[in-house]
Ligand binder design. Structure first.
Ligand SMILES: Cc1cc2nc3c(=O)[nH]c(=O)nc-3n(C[C@H](O)[C@H](O)[C@H](O)COP(=O)(O)OP(=O)(O)OC[C@H]3O[C@@H](n4cnc5c(N)ncnc54)[C@H](O)[C@@H]3O)c2cc1C
Length: 428
């Protein structure tokens, strides 16, 4: 067993993780039909689905299972995509957009079924509020609610005015909000660890501390790590924003963006419940958004801030605290116990980027901050495609994805400029 293995980053999630095994580091040569790169939700979902279909699968994780975004996330599981459905209609037409929306609903079902079927202890809770900062946001939410109901049959959402919202979310900041009973939240690291346990039980050979340093593509791919290699027929790439340049044509189409979360001290049951009375997940309508929810032990987990460089912003805890107090001034006496961050992988158009290269290299990336539920779907669609039916994966392959202009270092300043514009719009 390798004692020098990397740990999960220091976070509330790592401190409350369920007991989980350490998987060995890959040493020497191994063979499998399918090799999966990345032990986050997307890679684990693909591996589990493939093993359940009878394929031999090896999963290589560079650090620990759940070390990446999946184990650091806000944990909000949301229907739909990071981009507006009207954008997908523009690309594909209404009929295909409707299929994509139905798939996003299927993604929610996959999470719920897996939690139930594998008895995962990950605090799944339904209910989500999209909170409006400005009157025009409330108007936009109502238009979108109506659009989803009319064209996608998505019922059950309710527009709440300021007073109704305040009965649930006790904050002076919001003009109202859109209630969605079909979305929700969970403990993301424990969900990821639960998925890894299910995958291992299904026969997936999981290796940790086994970063793929070089990938030989072609009819008989070989994946090289520091201490071993895997020969396979098919490769599944699910490295998210942590993949770096391993597959250059994928890397050019995503941009790593840092996002951050702080966890308060335990507030006690009554005080926590007074903040979000129905225990929903909450997210606001700004482009640089705040997102928050309660933990099972009555803390507020408050996310926000972004960074477009690969460096963490300075004085992060204080700045998240300031943002939290703008939402909940009544928490002025409350201590922050943890603060952490991670990268989301955004695409130019915020639509997910799933597909296939070379005939035998499948990938899922570009969840654009909306991957908690969609990763489960991505894994399932990739497994279907490897097993011979690519029809549902191919729907996603129709979405056009442009590369970010410039190389690794040039595209960052360009993005910072673009984001400064969106931040400005948040103020208007
Ligand atoms: C702070 C934060 C908050 C978020 N909040 C939400 C939210 O509330 N709702 C939501 O829907 N989404 C949210 N997201 C996004 C969501 O967490 C991700 O979309 C999702 O977890 C992506 O899963 P993944 O498996 O693609 O990637 P990851 O979980 O990042 O997994 C990728 C893994 O691949 C490994 N890897 C990379 N390269 C290699 C290599 N060469 N060899 C071996 N292994 C490799 C990495 O070590 C990593 O563990 C958030 C993300 C962050 C960071």
């Amino acid at each position: 067993m390798n004692d020098q293995r990397p740990a999960h980053i220091d976070s509330y999630y790592a401190a409350t993780a369920n007991a989980h095994p350490v998987h060995p580091c890959l040493e020497g040569e191994q063979c499998a039909e399918v090799a999966v790169i990345g032990g986050g939700l997307a890679g684990l979902s693909a591996a589990l689905n493939l093993a359940e279909r009878g394929h031999s699968v090896i999963l290589l994780e560079g650090a620990r299972v759940g070390w990446g975004a999946s184990g650091r996330s806000g944990g909000q599981i949301l229907t739909g995509y990071a981009c507006d459905m009207r954008k997908l209609e523009g690309y594909l037409g209404l009929a295909d957009a409707q299929k994509l929306f139905a798939l996003s609903r299927e993604a929610m079902g996959i999470v719920r079924q897996r939690v139930l079927r594998h008895g995962m202890d990950c605090e799944l809770q339904m209910g989500y509020v999209h909170a409006a900062i400005k009157p025009r946001h409330l108007q936009e939410l109502e238009e979108y609610r109506e659009h989803l109901e009319r064209h996608y049959g998505y019922g059950g959402q309710e527009l709440w005015d300021r007073e109704r919202l305040r009965e649930v979310v006790d904050s002076p900041r919001y003009r109202g909000g859109l209630w969605d009973p079909h979305s929700g939240h969970l403990h993301p690291l424990n969900y990821t660890l639960g998925l890894a346990e299910a995958a291992a039980r299904a026969g997936v050979r999981i290796y940790e501390n086994s970063r793929v340093l070089r990938l030989e593509r072609g009819a008989a791919p070989v994946l090289h790590t520091a201490a071993g290699r895997v020969r396979c027929q098919t490769v599944v790439v699910c490295g998210n924003a942590y993949i770096d340049g391993l597959v250059p044509e994928l890397w050019r189409r995503i941009m790593p963006v840092g996002t951050y979360i702080a966890a308060t001290e335990p507030l006690g049951e009554a005080r926590a419940a007074s903040l979000i009375r129905n225990n929903a997940a909450v997210c606001d309508t700004n482009f640089v958004l705040d997102y928050f929810r309660l933990s099972a032990d009555h803390r507020l987990l408050f996310g926000g801030r972004v960074s477009y460089s690969t460096f963490d912003p300075p004085r992060l805890k204080e700045s998240l605290r300031r943002r939290m107090l703008a939402v909940y001034p009544q928490l002025a006496d409350v201590r922050m116990d943890w603060c952490w961050g991670g990268f989301v992988d955004i695409t130019m158009n915020r639509a997910p980027h799933f597909g296939r290269l070379d005939g035998n290299l499948y990938f899922a990336q570009g969840f654009s901050g909306h991957g908690m539920a969609l990763t489960g779907l991505a894994g399932q669609l990739i497994a279907e495609a490897v097993h011979g039916d690519a029809s549902r994966l191919d729907l996603f392959a129709k979405i056009p994805h442009r590369p970010f202009p410039g190389g690794r270092w040039l595209r960052t300043p360009a993005l910072v400029l673009a984001m400064a514009w969106f931040r400005l719009r948040d103020l208007l």
